[in-house]
Design a protein around this ligand. Structure first.
Ligand code: FAD
Length: 483
């Protein structure tokens, strides 16, 4: 044990709001001496990427849960608000800390801040250590044969899928520290919406926290992983894990998911196809972080240069209709309403609504990225930025721009029963399947029987998909020529 072992260790929690498989916490406990767990509401995040409303809601409940879990182990979670570069050194001094530990973040605002903080705290004589805790493989550990970052997913995945993933750490048995220190009250941070309280759908849909994350993983592996490969594209079926917000906030680690899935696989090889398909989605998450780390402007700058000349349209009415789920295209509206109500949207539908915004309305992909940032409980700099550029066709390893989703056939293929669309767009629920995804083609008597009056009870389509498609393709041809 080191000479400083009886002095406190400060553990800075960020996107790792869990006790198990938390290397910084485990290392702090192993040092001996009190462990002071700190969460900082950091005002240094750039204004335009400050946490969105749904993220704030999640964070409130996640901190409540982390605080309870720490208290059950004997420690008090300290909450402070302000710039990390000011609060962390001050707090280390206040408690007479010997060491400050944290798990690494990869956002473009976090990397330089944390590097500077490390230097500064080290200079004042503290021991500083950071850990890998949020990814399967950290971005700088994966390189092409030429020593470059990957820009294509398949070779990236081939490079990491057979690597060893460290076994997850157990939660410490006991953590003591933090009592008596000044702490903000969580309620005073006002992370929850007040007037209006729009969070009832979030409350119905989610239980944030580490325990809920583990329960969700167990249920998914027992009940759904075996059919994941076949059902993951079906929004009408509960076929995916729903772990994305827990992963974003670090209430569960990718290593825990990796090993639990491998364990399931070893017990039942009929789950193999589904399990590997599921694990490859964790690979996409790592790939998104790989891109964000190596191209820190991913959230803000179109990755492919020729797209910078794309004639995006100012279309505030179209954007508003899209945000509100009132485009007149039922599968698009279903997705946008699911998002507003629950803070989450099925991946297939994220692709459909993204394609519609970018290609049918020709609205800049960043408008969609920002709306998602504000409304998703899993809003994530890497996955959101990379995925929007993927849908637009301007990102690394993106869908080709000319692949324009047809919202009618996508609805018919992936919501064949219509259950998903009927749930979120009840105005058209009475239409027969044949017209559900294209109400404007229904004969008058069919509309009347279903109680649908287009333009009154449900919007007429805000664009003609065929014409919009041609316009988008023509714009694309022009930028290709200019490239
Ligand atoms: P599962 O299918 O169970 O997958 C397991 C995990 O793998 C997910 O929890 C997630 O962490 C990861 N994952 C799955 N698909 C992807 C993907 N395409 N890219 C990166 N990681 C993936 N995901 C976010 O976590 N945050 C975002 O802000 C986000 N924005 C998106 C925006 C658009 C336009 C699109 C098309 C996708 C976006 N995604 C985002 C990716 C994906 O839609 C969600 O991760 C997924 O729907 C979450 O549901 P799940 O947990 O049930 O996923």
């Amino acid at each position: 044990m080191s000479a400083s072992s009886s002095a406190p260790t400060l553990v800075w929690f960020r996107q790792d709001l869990r006790l198990s498989d938390n290397p910084a916490l485990t290392a702090a406990v192993a040092r001996g001496g009190p462990v002071v767990p700190l969460y900082l509401l950091d005002d240094e995040t750039p204004g335009s990427w400050a946490m969105g409303g749904a993220s704030r809601w999640w964070l409130h409940h996640s901190l409540q849960s982390l605080g309870d879990d720490l208290s059950a182990k004997g420690a008090t979670l300290i909450l402070r608000r302000g710039k990390a570069t000011e609060i962390l050194p001050a707090m280390a001094e206040e408690i007479g800390a010997a060491a400050v530990l944290w798990n690494r973040c990869y956002e473009p605002w976090a990397v330089p801040r944390d590097t500077a903080l490390k230097e500064r705290l080290k200079a004042s004589g503290l021991e500083i250590e950071s850990f890998s805790a949020s990814l399967l493989q950290e971005p700088w550990t994966v390189q092409t044969g030429a020593g470059k970052p990957y820009t294509v997913f398949s070779p990236f995945w081939r490079a990491i899928r057979d690597r060893d993933v460290p076994r997850p750490l157990a939660a410490p048995g006991e953590v003591t520290g933090g009592e008596g220190l000044a702490s903000d009250r969580l309620e005073d941070w006002q992370l929850l919406p007040q007037r209006p309280d729009w969070a009832s759908g979030l409350r119905e849909s989610w239980t944030p926290g580490e325990q809920a994350a583990q329960e969700r993983l167990t249920a998914f592996l027992e009940e759904r992983v075996a059919r994941y490969a076949d059902k993951r594209n079906r929004p009408d079926i509960d076929g995916t894990s729903g772990l994305s917000p827990y992963l974003h906030w670090g209430e569960i680690s990718p290593r825990q998911i990796w090993h639990a899935t491998q364990h399931r696989l070893s017990a039942d090889d009929t789950a193999g196809k589904g399990a590997w398909s599921f694990l490859s989605e964790l690979g996409w998450r790592d790939f998104s972080y790989h891109l964000l780390f190596h191209w820190p402007s991913l959230m803000e700058e179109t990755w492919k240069d020729n797209f910078k000349a794309f004639p995006w349209r100012e279309n505030p009415e179209g954007l508003r209709a899209w945000c509100r789920g009132r485009t007149g295209f039922p599968i698009v509206d279903a997705g946008m309403r699911q998002l507003w109500h629950t803070g989450w949207m099925h991946n297939r539908v994220r692709m459909i609504v993204g394609s519609f915004l970018i290609k049918d309305l020709m609205v800049h992909w960043q408008e969609g990225e920002r709306w998602f940032w504000d409304t998703l409980v899993d809003a994530d700099a890497a996955s959101n930025g990379a995925s929007w550029q993927w849908v637009a066709g301007c990102g690394a390893d993106a869908a080709p721009y000319f692949r324009i989703f047809n919202p009618m056939t996508q609805g018919e293929k992936f919501d064949p029963s219509g259950d998903y669309t009927r749930k979120w767009v009840p105005e058209v629920a009475g239409l027969p399947d044949r017209y559900l995804h294209r109400p404007w083609e229904a004969p008058d008597e069919v509309l009347a029987e279903a109680g649908v009056r287009l333009g009154e009870t449900y919007p007429k389509p805000i664009v003609d998909h065929g014409e919009a498609r041609q316009a988008a393709l023509a714009a694309f041809e022009n930028i290709k020529k200019g490239a």
